[in-house]
Design a protein around this ligand. Structure first.
Ligand code: ATP
Ligand code: MG
Length: 139
């Protein structure tokens, strides 16, 4: 069982396609509390920093350009076992392989533009949440 918090972003295409409402609905149906949420936009530098663990991957440049291409929604979600349960709710990285009913199956359009980000560990959830929010923005 992992910790109580995870971090998510609604990526630029999903935001632009007005998927935010559906995704928030899914988050609530999944039993998560939204502790913090905001609409913001990553600069290219922000996106490079956020995704620096992927710097050596062939799609890094594309990922950075995409993630800084338009507004996103950043949020901290709370629930027991948050990291693992949220990754189940969003589905496989590639929307074409994501299970029916998952967020990525619903709102993703390609492996790059796959609707949402979800933290992959408790440590990364903390690092990523701190990247966007201060303690006083958590409720
Ligand atoms: P995320 O970290 O966004 O929640 P993930 O953990 O399922 O996704 P990662 O392997 O961490 O997947 O990849 C980070 C992001 O990089 C993916 O969400 C996707 O947008 C992009 N990505 C991953 N693999 C590819 C690929 N083969 N081609 C293009 N983009 C990719
Ligand atoms: Mg990941």
């Amino acid at each position: 069982m992992s910790g109580k918090r995870t971090f998510t972003m609604i990526k630029p295409t999903a935001y632009k396609n007005n998927c935010t409402g559906q995704i928030i609905q899914k988050i609530y149906e999944g039993g998560f509390h939204i502790a913090a949420m905001k609409i913001t936009k990553l600069s290219k530098k922000d996106a490079e920093k956020f995704y620096e663990i992927h710097a050596e991957r062939p799609f890094y440049g594309e990922l950075v350009d995409f993630m800084s291409s338009g507004p996103i929604v950043a949020a901290i979600l709370e629930k027991e076992n948050a990291v693992e349960d949220y990754r189940k709710l969003i589905g496989a990285t590639n929307p074409a392989e994501a299970e029916k009913g998952t967020v990525r199956a619903m709102c993703g359009t390609s492996i790059g533009e796959n609707a949402v980000h979800g933290s992959d560990s408790d440590d990364n959830a903390k690092i990523e949440g701190d990247f966007f929010f201060s303690e006083r923005e958590l409720h």
